[in-house]
Design a protein around this ligand. Structure first.
Ligand SMILES: *[C@@H]1O[C@H](CO)[C@@H](O)[C@H](O)[C@H]1NC(C)=O
Ligand SMILES: *[C@@H]1O[C@H](CO)[C@@H](O)[C@H](O)[C@H]1NC(C)=O
Ligand SMILES: *[C@@H]1O[C@H](CO)[C@@H](O)[C@H](O)[C@H]1NC(C)=O
Ligand SMILES: *[C@@H]1O[C@H](CO)[C@@H](O)[C@H](O)[C@H]1NC(C)=O
Ligand SMILES: *[C@@H]1O[C@H](CO)[C@@H](O)[C@H](O)[C@H]1NC(C)=O
Ligand SMILES: *[C@@H]1O[C@H](CO)[C@@H](O)[C@H](O)[C@H]1NC(C)=O
Ligand SMILES: [Zn+2]
Length: 645
């Protein structure tokens, strides 16, 4: 789970509509006059195709509006990109005729209203939104998936097969290969992969002297197809890199130590000391080493990689979008844009080729120049498809790799409490600046210590001055009761982004945290009761992008196979979300967290017609049928981007 975002802004508490109402009214008169003319001129099919009623059959009310009281209706009327009416079919037809005689006349000229019926048993919900994912990184994992490998060798074999099955890659040995998703904790050895697998001491037969030879055999370079290619493989939680010898060569020499990171060096096979640490195989750059208790993360930045080409970005983007719409996603909050991906999305928005909505958080680099007052937040460009008004700051590492900053030591590695990736002072300095300059601030904070510090920094920022921009966010994973109390007493509203899929951590979490602290992990119900608002994210590619799998995990607290360390009732079942809470967490709550609740997140009059048709009623079917439910159609602005009804 993770990020929380708070809203606190005197200005934005005023509904934007109301503030601008004078201007809006004037505009709409003008627009109405123009559109009557347009109606007379173009009584075309095109116009009709953009106006239709979407209904559930036989008077059923299978459209879940997710309005403030979770109403269900039979139909919605979609006119171009907007929802203009909701209710029974009769109600909608009546409305369409309007009350003014001139409108009735106009309607007679129009072809009959198209009514699209969803199949019996199917339901409609607002377009789903993922509050935290990594779009291009996920696209990369679709191309070379490393998830689920059971051994180092299997992982290596996937890279090999990827090369063999892509002729453009195979034919060019200098092409960089990037992939993500390996998880050493799922391997039998649980050991990090190595750049140098083993040192074989061989007595050379032709050598009379008693000198020995070293044969370096790296995990990646042991494969003849991979050998010599630059390969960079990131771990599932994105906190460790496993690189090939060739990829390393571009980045050498490495410093002895890295602040906020660790370079793992294999020390076991260096009997003579003749091999320097580098040739000996610096391999894994990761968050933590249980052998040394040292923690690393920032070490990843030492690996110099070439910039991705436009075509690479487009391929990744396309792969993600194809999956996203298949899953019913109409909006993704990208929790980590860099200048290259931001530029790519901006161009897509300008060309009006963004099929879904993207809400971007731009990475903060404490070593770079402060950009909050030189870069303008991007708001609702490309017909409300792209917004980039948020900054993403990393406070600590991840639980899986033992990098989350805790108050008390890890249960399975008591010499460490995890670590902060930046100084507390950096948060206290930059959060107020970004807020001052109109940015939402998202802070990745997993451990209770990190969360405490982050909340303190927000509190200091928000009470110490008036800010014009706003929203903050941070994660809360290993939360302590103290931390939650703090949350409840803050002088602003907190929205927590939860990652229900990460509940898969239940399989090892107690080892890391011990029997008491583990109760605070993914304590969804406790968090809601603390008064915080929640919103749900996948953190794809760390976990599956499929929102139904998050929905399932949130309401069941089970693995996809239907079990848990506490049995078939779920892991700490009291902490389950209700289905309504989970659905809101994927629709209206993410809209709120991205300042779009007035146009997105529910199927109400005046909102954009973003919706999903599910084959079954996920709000009432048995839990074990949720994951096999199909998305029949996904629409953005009233147009189908996947399937149709
Ligand atoms: C917090 O949320 C409540 C309920 O939605 C709202 O009335 C209040 O204005 C919010 N406070 C701030 C500081 O945003
Ligand atoms: C892994 O692959 C290497 C090289 O192909 C091989 O020598 C080794 O036996 C394999 N290990 C396992 C556990 O399969
Ligand atoms: C191989 O890839 C490299 C790196 O992207 C590129 O500079 C080079 O032009 C490519 N070579 C060929 C023959 O395509
Ligand atoms: C070879 O081994 C012998 C005995 O182990 C040792 O005395 C000698 O110094 C070694 N020679 C070299 C060149 O290392
Ligand atoms: C991505 O998809 C768009 C639209 O479907 C297509 O025009 C473009 O060629 C694709 N780009 C790549 C690199 O696959
Ligand atoms: C941006 O903000 C920083 C920090 O407050 C300040 O030092 C700098 O002068 C500002 N730059 C501009 C262009 O306003
Ligand atoms: Zn993330």
């Amino acid at each position: 789970m993770s990020a929380t975002s708070k809203r606190h802004n005197q200005e934005s508490d005023v509904p934007p509509r109301r503030r601008a109402s004078g201007a809006l009214l004037r505009c709409s008169i003008l627009v109405a006059a123009l559109s009557i003319t347009a109606l007379f001129i173009s009584r075309s099919n095109e116009l009709n195709s953009h106006s239709y009623a979407l209904c559930s059959p036989h008077d059923s009310q299978n459209i879940f509006t997710v309005d403030s009281v979770n109403s269900r209706v039979q139909c919605i009327l979609v006119d171009k990109s907007q929802i203009t009416r909701t209710g029974t079919l009769e109600h909608i037809l009546h409305h369409r005729q309007g009350s003014m005689p001139v409108l009735n006349l106009l309607n007679k000229l129009r072809a009959p209203l198209a009514v699209r019926y969803i199949p019996l048993g199917a339901i409609v919900v607002p377009g789903l939104s993922d509050s935290h994912a990594h779009i291009l990184e996920y696209g990369s994992t679709l191309q070379l998936p490393l998830e689920g490998t059971k051994t180092v060798n299997e992982t290596v074999a996937r890279v090999r097969n990827y090369i063999l099955s892509n002729t453009d890659v195979h034919s060019n040995t200098s092409l960089w290969i990037h992939a993500q998703g390996w998880d050493h904790t799922a391997w039998p050895s649980q050991a990090w992969p190595t750049a140098v697998r083993q040192i074989i001491l061989v007595k050379s037969p032709r050598d009379d002297s008693n000198s020995s030879s070293f044969f370096l055999q790296a995990d990646l370079d042991s494969d003849p197809i991979i050998r010599g290619r630059p390969v960079v493989l990131q771990s599932k939680d994105c906190h460790a890199l496993w690189v090939s010898q060739r990829a390393l060569e571009f980045s050498l020499p490495f410093p002895e130590e890295v602040e906020g990171g660790v370079i793992i060096r294999d020390a076991s096979g260096n009997p003579t000391g003749t091999l320097g640490p580098v040739s000996f195989g610096v391999i894994v750059l990761l968050t933590t080493s249980h052998d040394t208790g040292m923690l690393l993360d920032n070490a990843q930045e030492l690996v110099k990689q070439p910039k991705l080409l436009e075509n690479d970005l487009a391929k990744r983007f396309n792969s993600t979008i194809q999956e996203a719409v298949k899953y019913g996603l109409t909006s993704i909050h990208d929790a980590g844009l860099d200048p290259i991906s931001l530029k790519f999305f901006k161009e897509e928005a300008q060309r009006k080729t963004l099929p879904i909505r993207i809400y971007g958080m731009t990475y903060f680099d404490e070593n770079g120049e402060y950009w909050g007052n030189t870069t303008k937040p991007l708001i609702a460009t490309g017909d409300e498809r792209l917004t980039a008004r948020s900054v993403k700051i990393f406070a600590d590492g991840a639980l899986r790799t033992g990098g989350a900053a805790l108050h008390e030591p890890y249960a399975d590695n008591p010499i460490t409490n995890g670590f902060m990736r930046l100084d507390k002072e950096v948060l206290f300095k930059y959060i107020p600046l970004f807020l001052r300059d109109g940015w939402q601030v998202n802070v990745h904070a997993i451990g209770d210590r990190a969360n405490g510090i982050v909340l303190d920094a927000f509190e200091a920022s928000l009470t110490g001055q008036t800010c014009s921009g706003l929203e903050g966010s941070e994660s809360l994973q290993a939360s302590s009761p103290l931390m939650r109390k703090l949350t409840a007493q803050l002088p602003f509203n907190v929205t927590l982004t939860l990652y229900p899929n990460s509940i898969s951590d239940m399989l090892y979490a107690e080892d890391r945290l011990g029997p008491e602290r583990v109760k605070n992990l993914y304590a969804f119900r406790t968090l809601i009761e603390s008064g915080a608002r929640i919103t749900l994210g996948s953190d794809a590619p760390v976990e599956s992008l499929n929102p139904l799998s998050g929905f399932y995990a949130a309401v069941s607290r089970l693995t996809p196979q239907g079990d848990s360390p506490h049995g078939p009732d779920g892991w700490f079942p009291d902490q389950r979300l209700t289905r309504e809470e989970a659905l809101r967490g994927m629709t209206i709550d993410p809209a709120y967290a991205s300042f779009t609740e007035s146009i997105l997140g529910s199927l109400e009059v005046g909102k954009r017609a973003d919706y999903v048709v599910f084959s079954r009623d996920i709000m009432s079917i048995p839990v074990d049928q949720i994951l096999s439910t199909q998305v029949l159609a996904t629409a953005v602005d009233g147009d189908f981007v996947y399937g149709s009804v």
